[in-house]
Ligand binder design. Structure first.
Ligand SMILES: *Cc1c(COP(=O)(O)O)cnc(C)c1O
Length: 652
């Protein structure tokens, strides 16, 4: 593991043998900023204030900011329990404005004779309040929507009310989908039906003739250029979506034969999400531009080029082509799109098309922050060992000596010796020569030695091989009030990295190293990979947990894909969600969407709360008759059962 900072002073973990001195608190908020890489991934929305709290500036440097810790405290006073999903609509607005500003700048810079009309892919986040905000904030830019399925089309058709905005219809389509999209034209929408499968063209031709509507058509090309990283299979010859060059020609011929080639207006491609290298985008653009000009040469009117999604988010703030990052800015991206298309059209004397991008992740990720609290830790290995008593076992004495004499010049030897004594203790125990108490004593001493060694190792430039994993195996587990499966499914399913950090105490040195374990009874319900400047960290620096005092962590940049892909593992339901908008005086709560109650999640698996309650009542009645339960106990049980049904699924 790599450390991107130098601790100010060698400090033992909790229960330090040496009392920490005042000098230990030279930790500053700048140290936290660097450690958690906030500038890298959080600018301009997130920073730390003098109190050591995360602040949110939803409008970047153009507007006010609010203290996230105080906000959470205020919401808890309104009985909004953790975990809490906070949505900052001003951030969403800012993301849309920035994306459009980047394209406007690129268009001006290259004197591009066309315009940009972005669309938001609804699949990134279908929540009604968010889509409604998005349409409203996108109005000045004629920002549209992209649907990838029939239900998403229903959302888009009803919600999009911006004159001139585009409605891109992707995904697998049956007759009902195509008919509904075409009829959308009669409502004043501009639905582009993007052909992804060869047989869709016949349905489109028949439906068009039946309804007497001239549709707006596009084709999705299967490029041979691939994206990079996780979603690179979205392109290439074996891709699930899109038409090969041969298929595209077939579409052209069939449309021409039906007298509908004049409907073919758009070329679409999508090389995958989170494209981390700008070179992949450029390669794809070059190939797509050639297909575009060839289609125009074949007689299709064209006029629209849709470059799909893929615009990345810098989750680790490293500005590299690592999968959790991207090596380009939105402005670089816009410049490349505009310049490539202009050049390709100029070479063939063609008018330039209207440019469309379907940027989802880049628009929706920043607007939400998930706040959850720590319920406890596995600090058992962290207490200071009792002093040596006369007559203790020889192995105890040996380990105690190591504990007292480890320093920077002998830590490697100390580690090997301690390990050997621990193994000896285990085999003595197996043969009945060591009591349970003695073995426990030896294990505690062993971990105390390891803690000292880890402290020394952290100061060293070179880490011996056998000690590489010590930090990881020494890490505490912080138990968090959260279901990874519900709130950060990509972290479990595809090892996606999200910035995670405490939202307060950032003026204090985080002296613990920890992994996170969630509430589910599933060993996969954990987070043990964290962002780092180089690669990935196995442990997260956290503050020592003080029982009885709230310790809040935030998961950032999770506004795209996570909510809808979340699942009800162990029946942990959707979290409370609060929409916050900044006002000149502070903020206002626009909407509160209460998370699932237990009765709700039970109904998803077909249990009726009433029936369950009735069964408990009947069983209590029987137990009463058998004198197995008292009346007071029966009443208490039923009250708890009833309360639980109406209560949040998380711990309070
Ligand atoms: C998923 C998807 C997008 C969104 O991609 P992002 O990388 O989130 O911007 C856009 N277009 C299509 C066709 C998609 O399938």
């Amino acid at each position: 593991m790599t450390q991107s900072y130098q601790p100010t002073q060698a400090q033992l973990l909790n229960g330090a043998a040496e009392p920490s001195t005042a000098a230990a608190s030279t930790w500053t908020i700048e140290d936290s900023e660097e450690l958690y890489r906030i500038r890298g991934w959080g600018e301009p929305y997130f920073s730390i204030n003098a109190a050591g709290h995360i602040t949110v500036s939803p409008q970047g440097d153009r507007g006010g900011s609010l203290d996230l810790y105080e906000l959470v405290e205020a919401l808890r006073q309104r009985d909004l329990e953790l975990p809490l999903l906070l949505r900052f609509s001003d951030i969403l607005k800012d993301r849309i404005e920035r994306l459009n500003a980047c394209f406007a700048k690129a268009i001006a810079r290259y004197s591009y004779a066309g315009t940009y009309r972005g669309v938001f892919p609804v699949k990134c986040n279908q929540q009604r309040h968010l889509i409604e905000d998005l349409v409203r904030f996108g109005q000045p830019f004629q920002f549209g929507l992209e649907a990838g399925s029939k239900p998403e089309l229903l959302i888009a058709l009803a919600t999009l009310n911006t004159p001139g905005a585009l409605l891109i219809c992707n995904g697998y389509k049956d007759e009902g989908y195509i008919e509904t999209a075409m009829l959308g034209q009669r409502l004043g929408q501009q639905p582009f039906i993007v052909l992804e499968q060869l047989d869709e063209v016949d349905t489109v031709i028949q439906t068009s003739q039946r309804l007497g509507i001239q549709p707006l058509l596009g084709v999705r090309a299967k490029l041979s250029t691939r994206g990079v990283g996780r979603w690179s299979d979205s392109a290439g010859d074996r891709a699930k979506f899109g038409l090969s060059i041969a298929d595209i020609l077939t579409v052209v011929e069939r449309l021409r034969a039906a007298g509908m080639l004049s409907c073919l207006r758009l070329l679409h491609f999508h090389i995958g999400s989170q494209v981390s290298a700008i070179s992949a985008i450029k390669d794809a653009l070059r190939e797509a531009c050639q297909i575009y000009v060839e289609l125009a040469k074949l007689g299709a009117p064209m006029g629209y080029l849709d470059v799909g999604g893929g615009l990345g988010v810098d989750y680790d703030g490293s500005k590299t082509n690592f999968h959790a990052s991207k090596n380009y800015s939105t402005q670089n991206y816009a410049n490349d799109v505009v310049a490539e298309v202009k050049e390709a059209c100029a070479a063939r004397d063609l008018p330039v098309p209207t440019l469309i991008s379907e940027s989802g992740r880049a628009v929706a990720s920043h607007q939400s922050v998930l706040i959850f609290d720590v319920l406890g830790t596995s600090e058992a290995t962290q207490s200071t060992p009792e002093p040596l008593q006369p007559g203790e076992h020889a192995l105890v004495r040996e380990l105690y000596e190591i504990y007292e004499s480890t320093h920077a010049n002998n830590y490697q030897e100390a580690y090997n010796d301690a390990l050997q004594f621990k193994e000896e203790a285990a085999s003595l125990f197996d043969f009945g020569y060591l009591s349970l108490t003695e073995r426990a004593r030896i294990e505690r001493l062993f971990w105390a030695c390891c803690r000292q060694i880890v402290e020394i190792v952290r100061q060293e430039d070179y880490v011996p091989d056998e000690l590489e994993d010590l930090e990881k195996s020494m890490a505490s587990i912080y138990y968090v009030n959260l279901s990874v499966f519900q709130s950060a499914p990509d972290s479990w399913a595809i090892d996606q990295l999200f910035p995670i950090l405490p939202i307060h105490r950032l003026n204090e040195e985080p002296t613990s190293r920890a992994t996170l374990a969630d509430l589910t009874c599933d060993s996969d319900g954990k987070i043990n990979q964290f962002i780092d400047l180089r690669g990935v960290k196995d442990v997260l620096e956290l503050h020592n947990y003080i029982p009885g005092q709230p310790y809040y962590l935030g998961l950032f940049l999770g506004g795209a894909y996570q909510e809808i892909m979340g699942s009800l593992h162990n029946l942990f339901g959707q979290t409370n969600t609060v929409h916050i908008q900044l006002t000149p005086k502070g903020y206002q709560i626009e909407h509160v969407v209460k998370g699932d109650t237990m009765a709700q999640v039970l109904s998803y698996v077909e249990y009726s709360a009433e029936d369950l309650l009735e069964q408990i009542r009947r069983r209590s009645e029987q137990a009463l008759q058998n004198r197995d339960i008292s009346l007071d106990e029966a009443r208490l049980l039923q009250k708890n059962y009833q309360n639980s049904l109406n209560h949040y699924t998380y711990l309070s």
